[in-house]
Design a protein around this ligand. Structure first.
Ligand code: ATP
Ligand code: MG
Length: 340
């Protein structure tokens, strides 16, 4: 849990003016402390881990008003649904007194950058796509991501000449769009340092590889969201980068939403049970949102027992006995990992 440690250690200085700005943003009643406390959900579904001010020049608080949820088009038993670019709906989740999508949009207005972290398949990417469906660029980070992937580089044209092509960060900055840096923790911290100037008061990017491109000033609207799974080997985030993400939350599986979306209640109960065992260190795995949705679909076609055995077969080998026991108890029948 290298990132968790780093996050905990990050020495975040919080200019009071900006703390109250965020509090005001997230609490229309101007109750500073309760507003921040409200973001700590008792269920632990989304937890603000750290906050700090940025020197963001675009921070506008005084004109802030609670925006209308114009985009909400579907209601699923009280859930707001936002269409994602792939046509699927994202059902907003609660984050303090707001929906997660609202918090993302408002944080963009304030120039407070959001970092989402959590185990795979909990909806990090889906949430950002739902919040910014029309002006979002995404880069999937890895250990091989280079500065050129972000800033740009020269590519050879059919005529043999070399032409400069902006990278995704340069495009997002010059067009005032949102950049989701997915799996940000896998990118070499030295590479990530290229975003520092854009994410602080300077709001500019110096393109050293192409002096003609010069210094790119971030257009209004430019915004960065980071997402990472802290448990993956090799994840590293520098303190300088962490301190620029002033709103941080862990995304976990929303069990009640899983049920509302048609995941059999017993499968949810068994998964919650395993999740508790994971927290206490008894197992290293428990089914998350993505697996539960797949469970739902597989159960529809092949039957519930098939889906359980399939899920157990996808558990890490060491955890299979405990997982089989938990599912067996909940479903009242011996369950074993699928074998053919
Ligand atoms: N709130 C939600 N409403 C509807 N579908 C959701 C929601 N959250 C997650 N999903 C679905 O769950 C699946 C996993 O979501 P997503 O890919 O966003 O997870 P992730 O946290 O980005 O995972 P990874 O760490 O592997 O990148 C997707 O199929 C997505 O559509
Ligand atoms: Mg993702």
């Amino acid at each position: 849990m290298y990132v968790e440690k780093e996050i905990a250690q990050a020495n975040l200085s919080v200019p009071e003016s900006l703390t109250s700005a965020l509090a005001e943003l997230l609490n229309p009643k101007h109750e500073t402390k309760p507003a921040l406390d409200a973001l700590l959900l008792p269920e632990g579904r989304a937890t603000i881990r750290a906050k700090a001010g940025t020197k963001g020049a675009s921070t506008k608080v005084s004109s802030f008003e609670k925006p209308e949820l114009k985009e909400a088009i579907v209601e699923l038993e009280g859930e707001s649904a936002y269409p994602r670019p792939n046509g699927e709906d994202y059902f907003a989740r609660k984050w303090g007194d707001f929906t997660d999508v609202e918090v993302l949009k408002k944080s963009r207005e304030l120039g407070q950058y959001v970092l989402l972290y959590g185990v795979p398949g909990t909806g990090k990417t889906a949430m950002v796509e739902a919040a910014f469906p029309d002006d979002l660029y995404t880069i999937l980070g890895s250990g091989d991501t280079e500065v050129a992937d972000l800033v740009g580089g020269y590519v050879q044209t059919p005529s043999g000449n070399f032409e400069w092509v902006d990278g995704v960060l340069t495009r997002a900055a010059s067009e005032g769009k949102v950049l989701l840096i997915d799996e940000i923790g896998l990118i070499d911290p030295k590479v990530m340092s290229i975003v520092y100037g854009l994410m602080d008061g300077r709001r500019e990017l110096v393109v050293t590889a192409n002096p003609e491109r010069g210094t790119v000033k971030a257009k209004e609207g430019f915004y960065v969201v980071g997402a990472t799974n802290p448990n993956v080997a090799g994840v590293r985030l520098s303190e300088a980068l962490l301190s620029r993400f002033t709103v941080q939350a862990e995304m976990t599986t929303d069990w009640s939403l899983a049920k509302k979306l048609g995941v059999p209640a017993s499968a949810v109960v068994a998964s919650q049970n395993l999740s508790k065992k994971m927290e206490s260190g008894e197992v290293s795995w428990s089914p998350q949102f993505r697996e539960l949705l797949a469970f739902r679909d597989i159960a529809k076609s092949f039957g519930t027992k098939f889906a359980i055995q399939n899920l157990l077969a996808s558990a890490p080998e060491l955890d299979r006995p405990v997982a089989s026991d938990v599912f067996g108890r909940v479903f009242g029948e011996i369950m074993l990992p699928a074998k053919i």
